[in-house]
Design a protein around this ligand. Sequence first.
Ligand code: A2P
Length: 282
Amino acid sequence: MNGICEVFRLNNGYSIPCIGYGTWQTPAGETAKNAVINAIEAGYRHIDTATVYGNESSVGEGIRESGVCREHLFITSKVWNTERGYERTRKAFEKTLSDLQTDYVDLYLIHWPASPRQFADWEEINLDTWRALIHIYQSGQAKAIGVSNFLPHHMRALMESEIRPMADQIEFHPGYMQRETVQFCREHGIQVEAWSPLGTGKMLHHPLLMEMGEKYGKSAAQICIRWCLQNGVIPLPKSVDRSRMAENMQVFDFAIADDDMERISAIEDFGGSGKHPDQINF
Ligand code: A2P
């Protein structure tokens, strides 16, 4: 891997830049707009947002004001849980396009699966939503489609569809590897993306990651990001700070040795955000 422009290839052949810029918890308005302008200026070409982040319009403004051609950017958004189902999802997608001021997204995801705990007909709901994404994909308004926070049992029914998910964006960082889901994705050619690759910041004080940082002359954040990449997972680090944005991209001038990769992967379950797809109540 040579740099931020390096791409992974989705199972439909579409290229996805190997590091994305996350915008979760970035407040709408000037903060999100400037964060996106700064991120693009720093070199990010892959921007990850979602309707529920409430910042799609500001992200759209940032993209437009960045001056970088649309076709040189990779934009992901996600349909929110209240908009599941065929018709609602299609409507929600139209609003996303209009808020982002674009006529296509590169990747459109179902943000969370409908779960058995919430709905008796959870599988049908997920399939209905997925049918909307297939329609959007076939219309050319999304270059790729996928899911987020789906575990293998949520994906199984979708695997029987004419178009299979191309990506699954899950919480993934040292101490929270979701091995079973990652394995399922690998077996089925589904690209894994990592939300909160730094454990929303809490992994940055972990003694082993700090030790690794010292060993490689890097920060713990850079170790987390590089570790994702070497696992074949696309990290989506979030920062509103210009120097940290730049720091999070500077992970191409070193490689973590195999035995150190193993040590990092062996970090005891550090706990994730606590948002389990089958237990959420939103
Ligand atoms: P900030 O936006 O002020 O930089 P994650 O991507 O895992 O959700 O983590 C995001 C959190 O980690 C944010 O609080 C962000 O704060 C912080 N963060 C992002 N990059 C770095 C970094 N390189 N060093 C320290 N903290 C960082």
